[in-house]
Design a protein around this ligand. Structure first.
Ligand SMILES: NC(=O)C1=CN([C@@H]2O[C@H](COP(=O)(O)OP(=O)(O)OC[C@H]3O[C@@H](n4cnc5c(N)ncnc54)[C@H](OP(=O)(O)O)[C@@H]3O)[C@@H](O)[C@H]2O)C=CC1
Ligand SMILES: CC(C)(CO)C(=O)C(=O)O
Length: 313
């Protein structure tokens, strides 16, 4: 399959590499000039669970795409949330009537952005528990295991969504076809709404957060705020089940030693975060519905204050 990775940072590198190893024709797209230069010169260099791999894949900046005369079967969206709109604006020439897009970004509401560029029957939404980090331009560190859940947003997209499930699984990405991806997205948002902001403010990894006796109350309260807001969108979250799901990430032999992507953004790379698309989105939705979400409000404010103190860009 001809696949473009829109946002070939840490996670885009993982998906690009694993699908490339399975024989798919991958085009990476990213706007970090040093990353593009490094991959063009040396290939993508990845530490994949301790094995060093070099993969040669074409990589372009978004603004180079219009000049390519190329269309693809599938675009995997893995930008940061605040980059999604600009990326799709730049890469429209890749999209034809049959091109499907799968969005694997963390956070809520990305389908509204994608619908500006792709017909709804060609949009797939997903979540992933895979992790990834960049150690520098062109160098990815990929450890642990994970999975993907995905679904079409319109019934007409089901056959293609099932096909994507199969090719992801063949590539070792452990995909399952979901029959309620909206629920999965809210459930994953609870994982990010608890781990990402808290690990960022506390400057710790997931295992360290999980090991603190005071963490359980904070995590349960945030999950409760997500659950009452999700209910207004007809999504029923079982708070106990979601807490247990979040707690599975504390295991140092699983993803416990991972610093969530928000920590990588702000603490490691001094970049603005996705907080407005996670806890901030719940606060805004709560405001509209007249529901108080004090923990989400406070965590969003703390992360923004930290962005300001660190001069993140
Ligand atoms: N990392 C993870 O473990 C996980 C991430 N996710 C989600 O996947 C999506 C993509 O995240 P992720 O892959 O982590 O994003 P990255 O930060 O690795 O990549 C996003 C973009 O940021 C830029 N960038 C990254 N590092 C630097 C740097 N040091 N200096 C300058 N620019 C840099 C790159 O382009 P540009 O110049 O365009 O900014 C890149 O395309 C997000 O929605 C995230 O929440 C989901 C599960 C796990
Ligand atoms: C790995 C996980 C689940 C941790 O929060 C994630 O999605 C991220 O790092 O953004």
């Amino acid at each position: 399959m001809k696949i473009a990775i829109a946002g070939a940072g840490a996670m885009g590198s993982r998906f690009g590499l694993m699908l490339h190893q399975q024989g798919h024709e991958i085009t990476l797209i990213d706007q970090w000039p040093a990353h593009i230069e490094a991959i063009r010169e040396n290939g993508l260099i990845a530490d994949l669970n301790g094995e060093m791999i070099t993969a040669k894949m074409p990589i372009y900046a978004p603004e180079e795409i219009a000049g390519l005369d190329q269309e693809v079967d599938l675009i995997i969206a893995l930008t940061k949330a605040n980059q999604l709109d600009a990326m799709f604006n730049d890469i429209q020439s890749l999209i034809n009537e049959d091109t499907h897009v799968i969005c694997l970004l963390n956070g809520l509401g990305h389908e509204d952005v994608l619908a500006k560029y792709v017909k709804k029957e060609n949009i797939l939404l997903g979540i992933t528990m895979w992790t990834a980090g960049l150690e520098g331009p062109g160098r990815a560190k990929l450890f642990g295991t994970g999975e993907v859940e995905l679904e079409n947003i319109e019934p007409a997209g089901e056959a293609f969504a099932r096909k994507v499930t199969d090719i992801f699984t063949e590539a070792g990405l452990n995909a399952v076809y979901s029959t309620n991806v909206k629920h999965s997205i809210w459930r994953k948002a609870c994982v990010n709404g608890t781990l990402n902001g808290l690990c960022t403010i506390l400057d710790c990894n997931i295992a360290d957060l999980g090991a603190q006796p005071v963490s359980e109350k904070m995590i349960r309260t945030i999950i409760h705020e997500f659950a009452i807001v999700a209910k207004t969108e007809h999504v029923e979250l079982d708070e106990e089940e979601v807490f247990n799901h979040v707690a599975t990430t504390f295991d140092p032999n699983g993803v416990g030693l991972h610093h969530p992507s928000m920590h990588q953004d702000l603490i490691k790379n001094n970049r603005l975060t996705e907080i407005d698309y996670i806890n901030g989105a719940v606060s805004r939705k709560g405001d509209v519905q007249g529901i108080d979400t004090p923990y989400c409000d406070f965590l969003t404010a703390l992360v923004h204050a930290k962005e300001g103190i660190l001069g993140a860009q």
